[in-house]
Ligand binder design. Structure first.
Ligand code: RP5
Length: 165
C-alpha cells in the first residue's frame, strides 16, 4: 500500500461518524490517508508528536475535525507548515457553532482553512485536500473535473425526469 499523503485527525472517537465522510471521499479518489484520534487537551503530547513529524513522514495535507472549543486544527497548524483544513463537528449543545467560530477565527500568522459544520464540511475537506494535491498531479486534476461533471449531470438527469420538465 502507498504511503499516506493526507492525515485525518479528530479530537475524539465520537467524531468518527462525521470524519469517516472525508475518508470515503479520499477512498473514491484513491488517495492514501491515515486516520488518527488525538485530542489537543486530553492527549496534547500525541498531537504535538504527530504535527511535528507529519511533513517528514510524507503527509502533504492535514484534515482536523473537532467539536466544542475545537482548538485541535489550530494547535496542529502551530506545529507544522503543512496546509491544515479544519472541520467543525456538531458534537456540543451549541451544535457546532462554537467549533465553527473557534476554527474560523484563527489570529493572523497561522492559518487554518475552515469548512462547513458536520458531514458537508468533512466531505469538502477531503475535496479541498484533493484540490491541493492535484496542483502537481494532472491525472488527479482531471478526476476532479470529471467528479464535478458527474455531479452536474446527475442533477440535470433528475430534473429531466421531474414532472414539469
Ligand atoms: C472535542 O470534544 C472532540 O472533538 C469532540 O467533538 C468533543 C466531544 O468529545 P467526547 O467527549 O465525545 O470524547 O474535543
Amino acid at each position: 500500500m502507498s504511503k499516506p499523503v493526507v492525515a485525518i485527525v479528530m479530537g475524539s472517537e465520537s467524531d468518527m461518524p462525521v470524519m469517516e465522510e472525508a475518508a470515503k471521499v479520499l477512498d473514491n479518489f484513491k488517495i492514501p490517508y491515515k486516520l488518527l484520534v488525538a485530542s489537543a487537551h486530553r492527549s496534547p503530547r500525541l498531537v504535538q508528536e504527530f504535527a511535528r513529524s507529519a511533513e517528514a513522514s510524507g503527509i502533504e495535507v492535514i484534515i482536523a475535525g473537532a467539536g466544542g472549543a475545537a482548538h485541535l486544527p489550530g494547535v496542529i497548524a502551530s506545529e507544522t507548515v503543512l496546509p491544515v483544513i479544519g472541520v467543525p463537528i456538531d458534537s456540543s449543545p451549541l451544535r457546532g457553532i462554537d467549533a465553527l467560530l473557534s476554527i474560523g477565527q484563527m489570529p493572523s500568522g497561522v492559518p487554518v482553512a475552515t469548512m462547513a459544520i458536520g458531514t458537508a464540511g468533512a466531505k469538502n475537506a477531503a475535496l479541498f485536500a484533493i484540490a491541493i494535491l492535484a496542483r502537481k498531479d494532472p491525472v488527479l486534476n482531471e478526476k476532479i473535473k470529471r467528479f464535478r461533471e458527474d455531479m452536474a449531470r446527475a442533477i440535470e438527469r433528475k430534473m429531466k425526469g421531474a414532472p414539469d420538465s
